[in-house]
Design a protein around this ligand. Structure first.
Ligand code: ZN
Length: 394
């Protein structure tokens, strides 16, 4: 079956979570936008494609703030560089908007390659933006400066993942982090973009202190930073709760493994309910997939002992587990992967389903939260569980 090419698409019979619950609604898509939400829509004689959502919930396509779209890794030598993401991987995970980033290796993985891949994902119908910069400071750039990259290159909306509190980081000073945040902030202002500084947080005892230090000694607000891996260990998680209570944003990595959990990783299914119970406001919490990252393990001396690869499907798994295992309301589980990242990334047409939004939506079976249909920018990319997208190399 080919991808839908009708200009009109009707999604009917499902319960809408926008992400707030809106009851049973019919959604009408024209082109790449959601045109109307209501009981029924008169389409006259125009040809209409229909997606049956009966017995299902209709939710916004996921917004993934961190995906290593060209691969990452390499912590165990060249053979441990992780493979590139494919469009199908994102569709299978319900991710319709994503942020590409470099990882530990910004020597053999480059920003031009990242931009080219983002363009490829865009032409496949996804929405893909990127972070300029790198783990290490001074960061890599295309034009020679972070501010110029964000102002002049349309795909760049922030800088990241800049590593702190990690043995793989360049241990940036307060002055370096402040300058970087200021460049990203002003670049974002000039270009009408988020200008966010996406932070890789390691497990060194300084945790989030470098970010608090910048906010306490400059005019940079704490929310200029968006630190990830806040659930990488019990210690980092408890520091993250404190950090969020002081006004910071925190991101939980959805990709994990049984080995990482045994080492202390707090999976999203535990992290979200515990953070909410600790009175962290839901709007400060996000999940990212860390898809196609390496998930390396190191021993107590920092020696590499093995690695697995982050999965684009981890966001959907995390949402499902939060609802079916932890008993959270669907809208609570959805907000960290839809409305929150879209707000932080200043993408007002993403992460919500209302008239005028981009037509990025998922239809999930109500009881199992299994993915049935995926629509990205108005195009049906999955129908009845079958991925319709076929890339050149599938
Ligand atoms: Zn990272």
């Amino acid at each position: 079956m080919a991808e839908s090419s009708n200009a009109l698409l009707k999604v009917s019979g499902g319960e809408l979570y926008a992400p707030q619950p809106q009851g049973k609604q019919t959604l009408m898509v024209t082109g790449d936008r959601l045109a109307r939400i209501g009981d029924d829509c008169n389409t006259g004689a125009l040809p209409v494609d229909t997606l049956d959502a009966s017995g299902c919930v209709v939710v916004p396509g996921f917004v993934d703030g961190l995906a290593h779209i060209i691969g990452g890794g390499g912590e165990g030598g060249f053979a441990t560089r992780t493979p590139e993401m494919r469009t199908e991987d994102a569709i299978r995970g319900g991710v319709t908007t994503l942020m590409g980033a470099l990882g530990t290796d910004a020597v053999t993985q480059t920003l031009p390659a990242l931009l080219a891949k983002a363009r490829a994902l865009e032409s496949d119908g996804l929405t893909c933006f990127c972070y300029t910069g790198s783990y290490q400071v001074p960061v890599r750039t295309v034009t020679g400066g972070v501010q110029d990259d964000i102002v002049l290159i349309d795909r760049f909306v922030g800088v990241g993942e800049v590593a702190i509190s990690d043995h793989r980081s360049s241990h940036p000073s307060r002055e370096e982090l402040t300058r970087l945040a200021a460049e990203a902030r002003v670049g974002g202002m000039l270009a009408g973009k988020a200008g966010i500084v996406f932070i890789h947080t390691g497990d060194a005892p300084s945790h989030f202190d470098p970010l608090l230090d910048v906010a306490n000694h400059s005019a940079i607000p704490l929310t200029q930073f968006w630190p990830t891996h806040a659930n990488r260990s019990a210690e980092v998680f408890s520091a993250a709760i404190d950090y969020a209570r002081q006004g910071g944003l925190i991101d939980f990595t959805a990709s994990t493994t049984p080995e990482l959990i045994a080492d202390g990783d707090v999976p999203c299914v535990e992290a979200l309910p515990r953070a909410l119970k600790a009175k962290v406001p839901l709007e400060r919490i996000t999940f990212t997939s860390d898809g196609h990252a390496s998930l390396p393990r190191f021993d107590g001396e920092g020696r590499f002992v093995g690695l697995q690869v982050g999965q684009m499907t981890s966001l959907l798994d995390a949402v499902r587990d939060c609802v079916l295992e932890a008993g959270l309301a669907l809208e609570e589980a959805l907000t960290p992967v839809t409305a929150n990242p879209a707000r932080i990334l200043k993408m007002p047409r993403k992460g919500r389903l209302e008239p005028g939004s981009d037509a990025d939506l998922l239809v999930l079976e109500k009881d199992s939260l299994k993915l049935r249909h995926v629509v990205a920018r108005g195009r049906v990319k999955m129908r009845d569980g079958e991925i319709l997208h076929r890339g050149y190399f599938a």
